[in-house]
Ligand binder design. Sequence first.
Ligand SMILES: [Zn+2]
Length: 395
Amino acid sequence: MVLDNCLVMFTIANGLILKGKNLQPSYENILIDDGIILEINKDVFEGEIIDAEGCVVFPSFLNGHTHIGDSIIKDVGYGLSLDEIVKPPNGIKHISLLESSDKDLVDNMRDSLWEMFNSGTTHFIDYREGGVKGVKLLKSAIKDVPISSIILGRDESFYRDDPDLREVKIAVRKLLKYCDGIAPSGFGEIQSEVADLIVGQCGKFNKMCSIHAAESVFCQEDSLEKYGKSEVERAVECGFDQIVHGTNSVNDDLRLILDSGVNLVLCPRSNAALSVGWPPLDRIVRCGIKPILGTDNVMLNSPFMFRELEFVVKMYSLRYGVCVSSRDLVKMATTNVCYNDVNQRVGKCEIGVGNFSQLVVARQRSRNPYLSIVNRLQTKDIINIINRDNIHKFY
Ligand SMILES: [Zn+2]
């Protein structure tokens, strides 16, 4: 593997490219200079030539939801309940993170980041535990990895039964100096006034705010009983930019997600691992929501988008007795975010003239380029990964 900081002009030639937000297939060449796509044309052959014959060239992956911090405890607690594993502050995950050394945490996070990048992910949105210190540790793990991060922090002060709002506000402001936004765990762990404060502060400083919602039936029932509203309703009313899960959506939840424009991240493998359900993907797609995919906790799942995609394509057929559009599925992992306002902070680009180059060149393993990505591709099939002016070449 070679990593170049590529300032020279080059052309990706002879491949099948998936262009635009809709991943339109086209045999054209892509001219790139200084991290920008200058031209897409059948006849362009300038600068260094990357021969992509027999390859599919597609936008690199966005992993919309990760907890990279728990890379250190892969498969620990597998089979236990959602609360026993991840609920703050006493879930296995939180105790284990507190007991780990900074060096071990950073080393394990760095391994996961390279695994992600080498398998075609150039962007990820991480939900980082441990306050400002947790954010700093992740940043030090990222330092030499050419991956683009969106880090959403959280603080222990959010979780008190009787929260000191002044303390929460100070914690939020400190976090926002170091990271891209805030993501508390879920409504079951925080008071409504804490959620309002987080959303207000993120809006004030033009940062992103996100929350887990409707992950389990219990979360939803608890919310409906205590507040007369589902978690999704509360998240939308509060003004969060991104909702993670929506797995157990009820009533008008999906309509609210569509009408509000909130970004929805689905994590089907994580939901399966925790036995909390299957997201209503048929209704989500049918009603016009453009969800993105995430792999969630590294302790439960590898952060590979290929695995997430293959799981979804197979489970969809099993669940509904019909196939999902494999093009729609690849969009969930690549360009769907480009339709949503959160992309102003994420910065993901489709393949198009004038855009940053964020591409994967990989061997095409079947005639259908989308199913080739979803059903066939492995890390070893990747020839190049390009994130702006960083180009990785695998030989
Ligand atoms: Zn999560």
